[in-house]
Design a protein around this ligand. Structure first.
Ligand SMILES: Nc1ncnc2c1ncn2[C@@H]1O[C@H](COP(=O)(O)OP(=O)(O)OP(=O)(O)O)[C@@H](O)[C@H]1O
Ligand SMILES: [Mg+2]
Length: 234
């Protein structure tokens, strides 16, 4: 579904990603793990077209993404939940969700997706009139995921959904990811919580200093001595 082939990108003269190659098949949950500053967010930005690639090619269902503007990438069926969530604090939950739905330019479909999102996160329905700024961190993360789902994406890119959240909330959010996947949404999950992330993924890639240094099934990665020493504290 998503093919990333020898992609390089960065900021100005600083190259962050060095010939990264990876693939995500339709229906999978795939993890990308790596330390702070490894280039995970940069990879997501490059996929979504908010950052241009300086080399290589990205394809989604056979269509070339590299060189397309971000809004055109979103229309092909990709959605992202960025680090930091980026909600509109002075808008209600439902208004925040409808901003996601507006991309569709199809009110009837946006309405259906709203029901779908509320079904997945009943807490959002209960609090639909509340301002986003009054939400806890975990609720904000649910809302950020819900907003991304409003476009009915084929591929959802999640950037560190666990960041800054209490363990009990992280558990709740991670429990929803396989449910979202079961609804037909392929997922690329970027996380520093390596164990939790690999547990719900079929496969994963390890990125260090902008390069893919290791890949395999989640079971292989969890049993890898280097990965255990670097990321699992064993
Ligand atoms: N807007 C930017 N301008 C310049 N350099 C940047 C910018 N954003 C990130 N970088 C640099 O690019 C490198 C990779 O950053 P990136 O945010 O992709 O890492 P990450 O793996 O997502 O890290 P984290 O786990 O902390 O989120 C870092 O050295 C970072 O300082
Ligand atoms: Mg990041």
């Amino acid at each position: 579904m998503l093919q990333i082939d020898q992609v390089s990108s960065g900021y100005g003269d600083v190259r962050v990603l060095h010939r990264v190659s990876l693939a995500v098949e339709e229906g999978e949950i795939v993890s990308i793990v790596g330390a702070n500053g490894a280039g995970k967010t940069t990879l997501i930005r490059t996929i979504m077209g908010t950052l241009g690639a300086s080399g290589g090619e990205i394809r989604f269902r056979g269509e070339r993404l590299t060189g397309r503007p971000a809004h055109a990438v979103a229309r092909l069926g990709l959605a992202q939940v960025m680090e930091g969530r980026r909600l509109f604090p002075h808008m209600s939950v439902e208004e925040n969700l409808m901003v996601g739905g507006d991309i569709l330019r199809d009110p009837a479909r946006a309405r259906r997706n709203l029901d779908w999102v509320y079904g997945m996160f009943p807490r959002l329905r209960e609090r639909r009139r509340q301002f986003a700024r009054s939400f806890s961190g975990g609720e904000q993360q649910m809302l950020a995921i819900g907003r991304a789902l409003m476009t009915g994406p084929k591929l959802l890119l999640l950037d560190e959904p666990s960041i800054g959240l209490a363990p009990v909330i992280v558990k709740e959010i991670f429990a929803r990811i396989p449910d979202i996947n079961a609804e037909g949404v392929t997922i690329l999950l970027v996380e520093q919580d390596v164990r939790r992330s690999l547990k719900i993924s079929a496969r994963g890639y390890v990125i260090e200093q902008g390069r893919v240094v290791l890949s395999g099934t989640s079971a292989e990665l969890l049993a890898n001595d280097g990965l255990k020493a670097a990321y699992l504290g064993q």
